[in-house]
Design a protein around this ligand. Sequence first.
Ligand code: PMP
Length: 430
Amino acid sequence: NSRALLAKQRDVDSSAVAYPEDVPVAFEEGMGATVRDVDGNTYVDLFAGIGVLNVGHANPYVLEAVHEQADELVHTVDFPTEARLELIGKLDEIAPAGLRGENRVVFGGPTGSDAIEASIKLAKYNTGGDGLVAFRGAYHGATSGAMSLTSNRGFKERYTPLLGDVVHAPYPYPLRQGKSPEEAVDRALEEVQAIVEDPYGGLANPAGIFVEPIQGEGGVVTPPEGFLRGLRDVADDNDVPLVFDEIQSGLGRTGEWWACDWAGVTPDVMTSAKALGGVGFPLSATIYHEDLDTWGSGDHAGTYRGHVVGMRAGTRAIEYVQDHDLLAHARDLGSYIRDRLREAGEGTDRLAEVRGRGLFVGAEFVDGDGDPDGDAVDEIQQYCFEHGVLVWTAGRHGSVLRLLPPLVLTEDLAETAMDVVADAIEHATA
Ligand code: PMP
């Protein structure tokens, strides 16, 4: 059934659609941390729609509110609704300390890329600058502004010219840079400082520093201590807004509400999407310090700035994480998963590093020469799919096994899934 459905879809879909070709799977029902395909096979989902379904597929507490709201009102643009007020209030409750009680939220549209576009505009509007600092390995989205910040040339070389004044600094990645964590951080910060301070070697009019507190698509690259704090200092010293892209890392994924909470560093602007729509409704937000609230009415526009059902779902999902103490669960289960990965790598020198925080997990594989090994990760992914576990990949060379399970994944299911992942690693690295 999966094969037939995929064949039909391939006939009519864009050639741009992306799913693992080697294992034909089409899904029909999701529940918690599991999904069932159209042939009745059940999978443990360690992927969650690229880190969207933090409270699980079809979370009943969220869906109850979705059904009620959908019966009443679905769309209003900016007209006031209780749903909007509720979500703004919830986001304030969980905001990083320096934004709590002092923030504004703009719902920019359905996707993460929309939130990035809004944050670029906000930074430029407030500073009058046009130069943007981003990082190598960054992924910020598929629209033109977001693509400009994204570093991988493969994503954007056919679409130039994009935004002109964007400079990519090195992101601390000790394994690939062959540096100690301290050296990697120092090198990155020195370069950011030079880009921001030196108009000849860097940017004439810096408008913002855009960074993922943990790089997702780049390979779950988890910066050593001191990086975000150092960026905060450079931003403060030069009066440049610091923008954290928390689209993949936020809303509890790392076992704190935001990945930046691990470092105790507050940005001036923060983007959120993915899990924000609760059970998969498209919704994004840009949350920023009230000092930057200088836009006039209508200065940033968009039709879908008020998806009422998505907002209800988003509020309920945050409540669910709070009521079930899922941040602590994500931290504990993340440690367990990382331990299992390290254990699985003990018999081989092909598992170079296990990274991430909470349930934002990456494991990087290398070949016999120590170079990134995307083939091994493809093999692991295929083995996992064939044995009932959904996993994803990341990194410029696809050499990082990426696990983003729903935060509701139980210990029992995690153990079952990790048994399969461990077998897959053994199989692919033997
Ligand atoms: N920023 C980050 C960190 C992301 O991971 C993504 C999506 N993977 C985006 C931005 C873009 O979000 P979207 O695909 O919803 O536009």
